[in-house]
Design a protein around this ligand. Structure first.
Ligand code: SF4
Ligand code: SF4
Length: 179
């Protein structure tokens, strides 16, 4: 399976996720962050899904410059992401948030220095970690995607994402200056 994936598409590790036994990925206790500029694509994707999926956002608030702002995540139902079908199928695979697409890479925005910190989550249960760690092309490409998409995010979303609790399994792999 891995050889086949590496030959055909070094970016597509989704087949590995399909057979993963980790019970927590896409589920509690993790929050699935969704930037506001990602919400419309998801709405378009799910417009013909049953009504139950239309109320898919979880809302939280954050203080920034003395103002209260809303920020968003994908809702959990019975402890699992509302878009997680069966064991491991993402119903919005082609429009899922960056937070999901880049994992096990995780980013954090350093507001003071306008830098992006990129981590690898070395979680021992994630089968992708040893694979992508060796795939330099994937890492370079995904870091480009993260930088590009974070730069398009409203500042409040960069800050909100960076306030998420992170596991102690994060290993810093790069620090990038933003424009
Ligand atoms: S833990 Fe890793 S391998 Fe398993 S589903 Fe999540 S990202 Fe995929
Ligand atoms: S949007 Fe898809 S990949 Fe992201 S947490 Fe939900 S089911 Fe998992």
């Amino acid at each position: 399976m891995v050889d086949e994936l590496n030959q055909e598409d070094t970016f597509n590790y989704f087949l590995i996720c399909k057979i993963c036994i980790d019970e927590e990925c896409c589920a509690e206790p993790y929050f699935t962050f969704c930037a506001r500029n990602e919400i419309d694509k998801i709405k378009e994707k799910i417009k013909d899904f049953p009504e139950i999926f239309h109320d898919f956002l979880e809302v939280d608030t954050i203080m920034y410059n003395g103002e209260v702002y809303e920020w968003y995540g994908i809702k959990k139902v019975n402890g699992r992401c509302i878009f997680l079908k069966n064991r491991r199928i993402c119903m919005i695979q082609d429009v899922k948030p960056l937070h999901c697409r880049c994992y096990p890479l995780v980013w954090e925005y350093d507001l003071t220095h306008n830098k992006l910190l990129i981590y690898l989550d070395t979680h021992p249960d994630c089968a992708l970690v040893p694979l992508i760690s060796k795939d330099k092309q994937w890492l370079i490409r995904m870091k480009e995607i993260i930088v590009n998409e974070v730069q398009q995010m409203p500042m409040i979303d960069r800050i909100a994402y960076s306030s998420l609790d992170c596991d102690d399994t994060l290993q810093l792999i790069d620090t990038i200056d933003l424009l």
